[in-house]
Design a protein around this ligand. Sequence first.
Ligand SMILES: Cc1cc2nc3c(=O)[nH]c(=O)nc-3n(C[C@H](O)[C@H](O)[C@H](O)COP(=O)(O)OP(=O)(O)OC[C@H]3O[C@@H](n4cnc5c(N)ncnc54)[C@H](O)[C@@H]3O)c2cc1C
Length: 453
Amino acid sequence: MALDFVIIGGGPAGTQAATVAARLGARVTVIERDVVGGAAHLWDCVPSKAMIAAGAAFGDIGDAHSMGVQTTGTALDLDALREHIAGIVGRLESSGRRLLESQHVRIIQGSGRVAGPNSVIADTADGPIELHADAILVSTGSRPRVPDFAKPDGDRILTTRDAYPPRELPEHLIVIGSGVTGVEFVHMFQSIGSKVTLIVSRQQVLPQKDPEVAAVLEADFLRRGVRLYKGARAIGIEHTDTGVKVVCDDGRVAEGSHALLAIGSVPNTETLGLEALGIELNGGYVRSVDHHMRTSVPHVYVAGDISGKLPLSSVASMQGRKIAEHVMGLHVVEHRHLDYDKAASAIFTDPEIADVGLAEADAFAEGRKVRVTKVPFATTAKALINNDSRGFVKLVSDPATGVVLGGSIVGRNAAELISVIALAVTAGLRVSDVADSLLVHPALAEALMEAAE
Ligand SMILES: Cc1cc2nc3c(=O)[nH]c(=O)nc-3n(C[C@H](O)[C@H](O)[C@H](O)COP(=O)(O)OP(=O)(O)OC[C@H]3O[C@@H](n4cnc5c(N)ncnc54)[C@H](O)[C@@H]3O)c2cc1C
């Protein structure tokens, strides 16, 4: 008899787990209340990167004259952009659905909750459906955090979910929060023509990142006219006759046409019945999971943002895949657990920023001896051909063994190029392995080879 695997939440974690478990022979049901593909497709990764791509196209046209390309009359059509983004989301949702259906995964449109150790209820438009479950995965994701002082109205006071794009282009957007999401929105709106002010609660944008990397981004923001309110925490947002004003705890006030909240997220765990089952929550996140992502109830797994690990779509997908393998007993053969320290991540600003593994600043803080090599893209022919020689590759390795421990890249296509270092870090390759690879010329990746020499 096939094992019944019920998944609540069809984002990257849930859909990946469903695909792998179905392939391995489970009878899988996914309960999803919005769209297959999850918030990642509907609101987060996909629309934000589509907006950034539109801004990049806009900017490239503006810059093309220095390469001899004459252009006139460039303008941005917000309605067409909105339709373009809806089209991408729609295509991803239908291809995700088709993939699951081709593997005989049952998809129930509704809201799921755990009703007992082996029972899940899907509340649908036609009433509740009770499902038997031998294994349960809860992967219900998160939503934007809204502080008490703000009342998003989808018009002037926005969360990230109101912004793809808003009804009108903000003349002056005030972004509150300078983590990854905040800086991506600063870049996104500045590149399509808004004036932007960024409220930075610390003294550095991207406080979790390598200071050298953050400094490049700050310099770029200032060059592009972004106003930075450093060391200021927003404590109030008020409507004015012409827009909004954001009041900060140090007395400063930023006035603009719109405000956007980018201060983190809240896990969707309130109505799932987890606590009634004895699974403890901490600030809404599941308090503890083992390295197979099992909760204190061993056949109930959690994945994605609610697991309180790295809130990345890529991590959620990998967790989903590993859980499916564990549910189906594949962990008894060789099984590699997820190593969050080796997860690559990127920030889609201009220049892009990407990193993986050990950062130079962390090695320094730990007093660990490392070899750091840094090569600017300006040394490569491709950067000059692209007419964009900003940024660098930084490689961190073990001086005794040559094993690659980490790296960061700032520059065009950093999010793609970091894959090479991520592979080296995961596979335990040495710098000489990277240096000996025969790469394409001309290519930005040649800077990687040089850094590895
Ligand atoms: C603006 C923004 C941009 C981002 N960009 C990136 C990026 O470029 N790259 C990256 O790796 N990460 C990015 N992230 C993070 C990424 O979106 C999340 O880490 C990822 O979506 C988490 O996946 P998940 O499967 O946990 O949840 P989600 O994608 O949130 O999916 C959860 C699903 O569960 C459903 N659900 C919730 N409750 C229930 C219920 N009770 N019953 C049924 N269904 C339910 C929801 O409708 C949703 O579809 C971004 C985040 C934000 C906010």
